[in-house]
Design a protein around this ligand. Structure first.
Ligand SMILES: [Zn+2]
Length: 205
């Protein structure tokens, strides 16, 4: 297994090693100031080899293991591999879907499984592996729609309630709203990053 590399951020995001995936600690706090540092995108670096082995290397392989998880009116198609569908269902069950701040998140949702490249890149999206869900895009926001330049995104107004973020994090999903290149609608199953953050915080970091 390859460790973290000291390359420019743009190269790391294109071809990360497994070690690179852990190089930026995913913050478990509510501090959104950390993301102001350019390319502070914990979890945005993904080794296609790693995810292909875990969830399938082709659309056909991934699609064999998809399940539908309901969240109010939303229907998310995610993989059952490595407990993803199960963990998503439990995170949703922890939420009060009728609460005024939660209900709109699951209306007009952005999507879930979709074998596709990330906009403007050659890289497979986390949605290709059935491990990501997008809640209401109008509430979540996305750095490319903000008119920002890559590496110089700055602040944004977060409208996603912490109750959702923390329910998802408890079940192993990271939130794209903590990234410099923010993707506030996006949640992605990365239990290895959540666990690593818990261990490092426990170690006093
Ligand atoms: Zn997404």
């Amino acid at each position: 297994m390859d460790g973290p590399t000291s390359r420019p951020a743009r190269q790391i995001i294109e071809t990360p090693t497994i070690g690179d995936q852990f190089a930026i600690l995913y913050p478990l706090s509510r501090n959104l100031d950390l993301r102001l540092a350019p390319f502070y995108d914990p979890g945005r670096a993904r080794s296609e080899r790693f995810f292909g082995l875990l969830y399938g290397e082709t659309a056909g392989a991934v699609e064999q293991d998809l399940e539908t998880v309901a969240a109010g009116p939303a229907r998310f198609r995610v993989t059952r591999r490595h407990g993803v569908a199960c963990q998503l269902a439990v995170a949703v069950a922890d939420l009060d879907l009728s609460a005024a701040e939660i209900a709109p998140l699951f209306r007009d949702v952005g999507g879930s499984y979709n074998w596709r490249r990330i906009a403007g890149t050659d890289r497979l999206s986390a949605h290709s592996y059935g491990i990501a869900v997008d809640v209401n895009a109008a509430i979540g926001g996305y750095w490319r729609w903000s008119g920002a330049t890559e590496g110089a995104v700055g602040t944004y107004e977060n409208k996603v309630p912490w109750a959702l973020v923390e329910a998802m994090e408890r079940r192993g999903f990271i939130w794209g709203g903590k990234w410099h290149h923010f993707d506030g609608m996006h949640f992605e199953y990365r239990p290895e990053l959540i666990l690593y953050s818990r261990l490092m915080e426990g170690a006093g970091q």
